[in-house]
Design a protein around this ligand. Structure first.
Ligand SMILES: [Zn+2]
Length: 84
């Protein structure tokens, strides 16, 4: 059983594309921090596509990200859940 060069290359490309598109949670946090830095500098920084993609599939990071946003004071403050 042999794989031709061009087939192998296609497979490799698929693998690379996939790993490029999907962040793992550690990478996500790095990207999220980079995004927050930019967003702090300019309020209408669009959310990075890879960050958004990870948020869509990972509720844990979504929660984390929202906490980060809130901590930066950049989030909407219509959610005052912390009763004192
Ligand atoms: Zn995650």
């Amino acid at each position: 059983m042999t794989i031709r060069d061009d087939e192998l290359r296609r497979l490799l490309e698929l693998v690379l594309q996939t790993s490029e598109r999907e962040l793992d949670c550690d990478e996500f946090l790095e990207r999220a921090a980079a995004y927050l830095d930019r967003a702090a500098a300019s309020a209408d920084t669009p959310l990075f596509a890879d960050v958004r993609a990870h948020l869509a599939v990972c509720p844990e990071c979504l929660e984390e990200f929202e906490a980060l946003l809130a901590a930066r004071g950049g989030a909407r403050s219509d959610e005052s859940a912390s009763g004192a």
